[in-house]
Design a binder for this molecule. Structure first.
Ligand code: UN1
Length: 474
């Protein structure tokens, strides 16, 4: 069911689609509304109608709904995590963490009521006040992916709502059940009808009418470059604001002076947690020649110890990928990696015989212009490269069109500092893995990894508000 205007309703024509459990594809996993352009129109009608009253509430009153929704989401946290593991395969331990992150995001956004929303100056001529203020942009459309099915919808809608916008949230086709928990949490919080509207269904059917509608002032999207660029074109054509979070091809550099235990653990987690289905996942691992063999052995041992399989098993670290087509395309990319001269050090095939589980896969000997070195393979696949000098590592790490995240392991202040100056990425990590995001700081990429203001932290204010400057004389 969709959540539109405070009510639960089926798609306008009653159509549904089946959801698939990637660990047990043969078992039914629920039916969800296959929304139509008419459902988009209804949700926009509701968002437009709710907008003036919501925008006029004091910030602290809007924040109180977010705080209440955080409590409601926390109370249903276990169910959210199980639904997430079931419908998109994220292992329970990470699914729990992601749910807590969503709760934290709501609480952080609620705290906006206690933070500055502008700056005060003195006018040059009169000495009177001149200050900046922020206004909601109006109705915003949020188009979200399946790989962080609760955190990403939350990090878009929390700032959108607290700063006074009303929302139409389109959930990913593959993970509707998880996202609908958010609608339920806001319903429990007694959010006024129409402030948050949540719809499910196919992006190709409901995305274009949503993005094209002149009532939508801003569109925030996380997903693939191809879809993102299409959205940007549609939105830009009518002058709407647009924010895109796209892919990554994130490097991890291991210097000879690094703590190799920590580096190997970070490589494992960065490449294989969530089955590598994070735009921040580690796709390339550059290791300095002197420690290459030692690091390789350590990483292989870690992979050997890794627990792979059913995402509902609380010990499992790597579960299935999201669906059959991702499974096929990741296996095809592995074959291409081999044809292009790479060797598989471990993995490379399905793990076991159940579900869409791919064994954590480590390549070696992949050349710099190979597909695996340049493009994003959204699965548990990473490659090891050997380098001699720091400058060489940086040059090769930067030789892709993406710029989301990058990490270095080193004990040298010089290497760390130089890395922080020249690594082409929006998220820089010294001695931590490429993935992960704190809720109170900006998140986003440069180059082809993103477009528009970054998300989260104070950066979210930029996207979800208009800036005005007020001159006041007496
Ligand atoms: C994280 O690394 O924990 O879609 C967050 C993605 C990113 C979020 C990554 N937008 O994978």
């Amino acid at each position: 069911m969709n959540f539109i205007g405070g009510c639960w309703s089926p798609a306008s024509d009653g159509q549904t689609y089946p959801n698939v459990n990637p660990m047990r594809p043969a078992e039914p996993a629920g039916e969800f509304a296959a929304s139509t352009p008419a459902d988009v129109a209804a949700s926009l009608d509701a968002a437009v109608a709710a907008s003036p009253e919501w925008a006029a509430f004091p910030l602290a009153r809007r924040a109180s709904y977010l705080a209440a929704a955080a409590d409601a989401l926390e109370a249903r946290g276990d169910r959210v995590a199980v639904d997430m593991a079931t419908e998109m395969g994220k292992p329970l331990r990470e699914a729990r963490g992601e749910t807590l992150r969503a709760v934290q995001i709501l609480r952080y956004a609620a705290g906006a009521a206690e933070r500055a929303v502008g700056e005060r100056f003195e006018q040059q001529a009169s000495g009177g006040d001149v200050y900046t203020a922020r206004r909601p942009v109006g109705v915003v459309a949020l188009i979200t992916p399946w790989n962080f099915p609760i955190a990403i919808p939350t990090w878009k809608l929390a700032p959108a709502l607290v700063y006074g916008n009303t929302v139409v949230l389109k959930l990913a086709l593959e993970s509707p059940r998880t996202g609908l928990h958010l609608a339920e949490a806001f319903e429990d919080a007694d959010l006024p009808a129409g402030v948050l509207n949540v719809i499910t269904g196919r992006g190709s059917v409901i995305g274009p009418p949503l993005v094209r509608d002149p009532r939508v002032a801003a569109v925030s999207f996380t997903g693939s470059i191809e879809v993102g660029h299409g959205i940007r074109e549609l939105a830009a054509a009518r002058g709407a604001r647009v924010q895109l979070e796209l892919g990554g091809q994130n490097p991890l550099i291991v210097m000879a002076d690094a703590d190799l235990d920590r580096a190997a653990e970070a490589a494992y987690a960065g490449a294989f947690y969530s089955a590598g289905q994070k735009c921040t996942a580690t796709r390339r691992i550059y290791v300095q020649s002197e420690v290459y063999e030692r690091f390789r052995a350590q990483l292989l041992r870690r992979i050997g110890r890794g627990v792979v399989g059913d995402p509902l098993d609380p010990d499992v670290e790597v579960g299935p990928v999201v669906n059959a087509s991702q499974f096929e395309s990741i296996l095809a990319a592995i074959e291409l990696g081999k044809r292009e001269g790479g060797t598989v050090a471990v993995g490379g095939t399905q793990h076991g015989s159940m579900g869409y589980v791919i064994a954590p896969t480590l390549f070696e000997g992949v050349v710099d212009d190979a597909f695996l070195s340049r493009e994003e393979v959204f699965g548990p696949v990473t490659s090891l490269y050997r380098f001699e000098s720091f400058d060489e590592a940086i040059e090769r790490a930067n030789a892709v069109r993406f710029g989301l995240s990058g990490a270095i392991f080193t004990s040298s202040l010089t290497h760390a500092t130089r890395f922080l100056r020249v690594m082409q990425a929006g998220l820089l990590h010294v001695n931590s893995q490429t993935a992960g995001a704190d809720v109170h700081v900006p998140f986003g990429g440069i180059r082809s990894s993103g477009f528009g203001p970054h998300e989260q932290g104070q950066a979210a204010l930029e996207f979800y508000t208009d800036l005005v400057t007020a001159y006041v004389d007496i």
